[in-house]
Design a protein around this ligand. Structure first.
Ligand code: 5GP
Length: 207
């Protein structure tokens, strides 16, 4: 293990079933950690009311997304409830190389690909307090048809089974508590010996 100053940013992956409240937790997190870059994904799904192109997602056509796949422009991508979602490889690589921490909000298949390609990434899974509470949250959001909500609930059950592959599990009971737990996780990651060896440099010397 080399005694050098940590240069690369941390890649943070946050997953959790649709409706669990990831976006709200992420907003809370980013308000305390303004230095983290949130990766804006590409998707072929239609924008929901209030969503802005380039802010919530980069909304693209299926043809454009398939071109990006063919040209290997994506770090990972997945098809989720009939639409493509994917992460730009270039943006992530550039940010990490600049030493900026990057946060990805992606589903479980994409997270598995990130883990394979970037084993040093920190994987966090956000779960709802119960499946009943998730159902309430999806209905309250009032953005999807009942049929889509039922699909999302079934998918949520399957997705939550994948939490065993993640490094950390956070329950989104209250947004503040969940965001606080994630902040603590990131703080602990920062304190990993491999990320801090440079601080011991003057004491232990360098070969
Ligand atoms: P929604 O349609 O509710 O915005 O997102 C559906 C799912 O797609 C969520 O679980 C979200 O985390 C996931 N997602 C968003 N962006 C990406 C991405 O770039 N890649 C992958 N694999 N999943 C994504």
């Amino acid at each position: 293990m080399s005694v050098s100053k940590k240069k690369r940013g941390e890649l943070i992956v946050l997953s959790g079933p649709s409706g669990v409240g990831k976006s709200t937790v992420i907003s809370e997190l980013l308000s305390s950690r303004r230095d983290i870059h949130f990766s804006v994904s590409f998707t072929t799904r239609q924008p929901r009311t209030g969503e802005e192109d380039g802010v919530n997602y980069n909304f693209v056509s299926r043809e454009e997304f398939e071109r990006m796949i063919a040209d290997q422009e994506l770090l990972e991508y997945a098809e989720y409830v009939g639409n493509y979602y994917g992460t730009s490889l270039k943006v992530i690589r550039d940010k990490l190389e600049q030493g900026v921490d990057v946060l990805l909000d992606i589903e479980v298949q994409g997270a598995a690909k990130v883990q394979e390609r970037c084993p040093e990434a920190v994987l966090i899974f956000l779960i709802p307090p119960s499946i009943e509470e998730l159902s309430r949250r999806l209905h309250r959001r009032n953005t999807d048809a009942e049929e889509v909500i039922q699909l999302r609930l079934e998918k949520a059950r399957q997705e939550c089974r994948e939490c065993v592959h993640y490094d950390y599990l956070v329950v989104n009971d209250t947004v503040m508590d969940a965001a606080q737990e994630i902040l603590s996780i990131l703080q602990a990651e920062l304190c990993r010996t491999q990320n801090r060896l440079h601080l011991a440099q003057s004491i232990i010397g360098q070969d």
